[in-house]
Design a protein around this ligand. Structure first.
Ligand SMILES: Cc1ncc(COP(=O)(O)O)c(C=O)c1O
Length: 366
């Protein structure tokens, strides 16, 4: 049982801290905006990335609002989704190693979970695992559209891999994917140009495969910091944007104006001086990846430093309005790397705790 189960029905300020808090109404408004833009306005499928959301309840919410399924980063996340009854799962990464390939092949008996592949060697290993299990794994070929992470080169190398996969009995080629994550830090026209180049590499490769007689159903791409520019481009069939359902300081920086739906509640534990406020949340509670979190609704802050269990806030001016025991909420610098520090999420509506959801698959275990 979670510490905050006993706080159901109580106002935010009474939760045990530190606590990861979801404003369910703000989250739902963000989801509705994504559905409107992606599904209603641009007639694309939405398969939101759950790497930074994890909770099965959030997958159910997104699907009820119009998502076609969910995108996952790890096999472990995908298994958690499947055991929670979620269909339409895509693992947008390569799974490697004989035991895990066997797990992925076995998972197909419960639900058709798609996975990414980007080389002949990898596709052959997955094919063998599927044949050994007597299943077939639907795959998307991942292309390197400029991010230089995983992904095969667009064009001929993609077509050659697609042809090889079509001939494998243990795989079913479902389509192509590419993630234009390298453009996040760009703005306006420079960003639009880079997104267009990246998406053209993907959609032109899909056209080349089709010209070679290969069926490409799915062309999947895009994230929360790019989908507003990617979705209108011709040839993409679905969008993977996920973290925009919460938003945070990084997504703001990357051009998304969604509401902050996920916050961290901490509590003042010490006031060593009139300009220093110490709260019970440090870097084990709030990630510093992509930037520091920001306290909300307190006097102007000169500096914030996080040690393991302490947030050390230095105020611009002396102020005694914050007392030991007072709550202080923070908006995360990056929700993805913050949520995975927590075992559970406190779900609030109209300022009161409505539910506590567990966060499965939250570690680096893949
Ligand atoms: C494969 C893939 N697709 C999409 C995204 C975008 O995810 P989000 O919208 O949660 O930022 C990412 C982010 O890392 C990713 O790795």
């Amino acid at each position: 049982m979670s510490a905050n189960d006993a706080a159901i029905g109580l106002p935010l300020a009474e939760l045990e801290t530190p606590a990861l808090c979801l404003d369910l109404d703000a989250y739902r408004r963000n989801v509705a905006r994504m559905v409107r833009y992606i599904v209603t306005d641009h007639h694309l499928n939405w398969r939101p990335h759950m790497k930074g959301q994890k909770a099965v309840e959030l997958a159910r919410e997104a699907i009820a609002a119009g998502a076609i399924g969910v995108t996952c980063a790890t096999l472990y996340e995908a298994e958690a989704m499947v055991s929670g009854g979620i269909g339409g799962v895509l693992i947008a990464n390569q799974i490697a190693g004989a035991r895990k390939l066997a797990r992925l092949a076995r998972l197909q008996r419960t639900s058709a979970v798609m996975a990414a592949t980007d080389s002949l060697e990898h596709a052959q290993a997955l094919n063998e695992a599927a044949l050994a299990e007597g299943t077939a794994v639907p795959v998307l070929i991942e292309l390197n559209v400029g991010m230089h992470r995983s992904g095969i080169a667009p064009g001929e190398p993609t077509v050659a891999l697609a042809k090889a996969i079509v001939a494998m009995k243990g795989l079913r080629l479902a389509g192509l994917m590419g993630w234009e994550g390298h453009v996040l830090a760009f703005e306006d026209e420079a960003k639009r140009e880079k997104i267009t180049t990246a998406m053209q590499a993907l959609t032109a490769s899909a056209a080349q495969c089709r010209a070679a007689g290969i069926v490409i159903e799915i062309v999947s791409a895009s994230g929360s910091g790019t989908f507003r520019m990617s979705a209108p481009l011709e040839g993409i069939t679905e969008v993977q944007a996920g973290g925009g359902v919460f938003s945070d300081l990084s997504y703001r920086k990357w051009g998304l104006d969604h509401e902050f739906a996920l916050t961290i509640l901490t509590r003042v534990v010490s006031r060593p001086s009139a300009t220093r406020v110490i709260v019970d949340g440090g870097f084990k509670t709030m990630s510093v990846q992509h930037g520091l979190p920001q306290p909300l609704g307190i006097p102007p802050v000169r500096n914030l430093a996080l040690s393991a269990e302490h947030g050390n806030i230095e105020l611009e001016l002396p102020d005694d309005s914050l007392q030991v025991g007072d709550p202080v909420s923070f908006v995360p610098g990056y929700t993805d790397s913050t949520l995975c520090l927590h075992d559970e999420m406190c779900v609030l509506r109209e300022g009161k705790l409505e539910a506590v959801w567990t966060i499965p698959g939250r570690t680096g275990r893949r």
